[in-house]
Design a protein around this ligand. Structure first.
Ligand SMILES: Cc1ncc(COP(=O)(O)O)c(C=O)c1O
Length: 421
């Protein structure tokens, strides 16, 4: 099949779990990578090596190990900056996950300053957001008296941009949206929306949790008016460990924003009356950060860069196209989201008439096939399509066409199991 990674067999060997684990007695077919990806040996080894040979706290330890740990942590920042084409490495802030990064983005808009969101202001999101990019903005609106508005979704699963001029107006202070939907798979035109938002002076926040693992990202290469102001993603979906996320922000914006959390390492000086803050990125990294997790993420983005994100994206598109084709042969199955693989990422949610998604996932699990069932933290997007939940397969760079065949056969079996013909 065209588009697959050239050394797919070799790549799969990099991921020990794929060959070492039997799932219910079957070879594991892992199709839940939008939930969390599997980890290559190099990420595991790098983290173990760090803990075995370089472990110390960073920044404050005046000894060899402290210097090594600080160096490794800051090297990880360089690697992540290069991975997303950040114009400046100090624009990369480590958080514990994408949710924390998005909470940082939202909570800091409530504070006095240039950008302070207040009564009468509007925050615009979309109906296809993950809850992590809905709830923080709801909290901000509750706290400040601002109003939350959102783009709807077309029947085909695209953002409905028909009312963009009514939604993004002079009253809009923030526009926050996902680059790639974790439920519908849709790839959104973030450059186009950013341009419109910037034209009214709004801040543009992009949730890249599903984009960073799949799409080549070059922030420096984007036109200035199309480049978001803040971009969040999470390490564990991009072959990195859990416990580490990233918030990239334009230097000028980060300099302006107040701190999110207070504590050690984020200060310049502290008296009993007041404190002043360290420059970015440290202003936003209070306390001991997730050091070994950052080091693991550094190894992860190195691994992805070595494969080439263009190649990873091509692989995802080839597998997704094959999966869309295969799923549509299953009677009674409806795909939620775009049917054209070139317009979507690797997460495909679907329904099978007459079978609850939890039952689909449970039957597939008996055959060693791991998928997700539920609302995928995207309840409003499900409500838009009149369903409470769905089954979701999500492929990644290690997924083979044979695994998609196993899924399609598993779905046929599920239908027969529930006597649907
Ligand atoms: C689009 C999107 N945004 C945000 C998140 C939240 O990521 P985390 O749970 O690592 O904070 C996810 C995870 O499912 C996601 O898919």
């Amino acid at each position: 099949m065209e588009g697959l990674l050239a050394d797919l067999d070799v790549v799969r060997k990099d991921f020990p779990i794929l060959s070492r684990v039997l799932a219910n007695g079957h070879p594991l077919v892992y199709l839940d990578s939008a939930n969390t990806s599997q980890k290559p040996q190099v990420v595991i080894d790098t983290m173990v090596d760090h803990l075995e040979r370089h472990n110390a706290n960073i920044a404050r330890a005046m000894h060899q190990l402290g210097a090594e740990a600080t160096g490794a942590y800051e090297d990880a920042r360089d690697k992540v900056a290069a991975f997303i084409g950040a114009p400046d490495r100090d624009e990369v802030i480590f958080t514990k996950n994408a949710s924390e990064a998005l909470n940082l983005a939202a909570a800091t808009q409530a504070w006095p300053g240039e950008r302070q969101v207040g009564p009468g202001d509007q925050v615009v999101i979309t109906e296809m957001e993950h809850h992590s990019n809905i709830v923080p903005w709801q909290l901000l609106c509750e706290r400040t008296g601002a109003t939350l508005r959102w783009f709807g979704i077309t029947p085909e699963g695209q953002l409905d941009l028909s009312n963009v001029d009514e939604l993004i107006t002079e009253r809009t202070k923030v526009v926050s949206l996902t680059w790639v939907s974790n439920m519908l798979g849709t790839i959104n035109p973030i450059g186009q929306i950013a341009r419109r938002a910037h034209a009214v002076g709004a801040l543009v926040v992009v949730d890249a949790s599903q984009a960073a693992p799949q799409l080549p990202i070059d922030l420096a290469g984007m036109d200035d008016d199309q480049r978001p102001d803040l971009v969040a993603f999470t390490g564990h979906k991009a072959v990195g460990p859990t416990g580490i996320g990233v918030l990239w922000g334009r230097r000028a914006v980060l300099d302006e924003l107040p701190p999110f959390l207070g504590g050690g390492e984020m200060i310049e000086t502290v008296t009993m009356e007041r404190s002043t803050y360290a420059p970015v990125p440290h202003k936003f990294e209070a306390g001991t950060p997730p050091i070994v997790e950052a080091v693991g993420l550094g190894a992860a983005v190195d691994y992805l860069s070595l494969l080439g994100m263009e190649n990873v994206h091509r692989h995802e598109q080839a597998v997704t196209a094959y999966a869309l084709e295969g799923l549509q042969t299953v009677p009674g199955l409806t795909i939620l989201g775009p049917l054209d693989a070139t317009q979507r990422g690797g997460a495909i949610s679907f329904e099978i008439e007459g079978v609850h998604p939890h039952d689909v996932a449970t039957v597939l699990d008996t055959r060693g096939i791991a998928v997700r069932a539920g609302h995928h933290c995207a309840k409003p997007a499900h409500a838009r399509f009149g369903v409470q939940s769905s089954t979701r397969l999500s492929s990644y760079l290690y997924t083979t066409p044979a695994e998609i065949d196993a899924l399609v056969a598993g779905l046929e079996y599920t239908r027969s199991y529930f006597k649907l013909g």
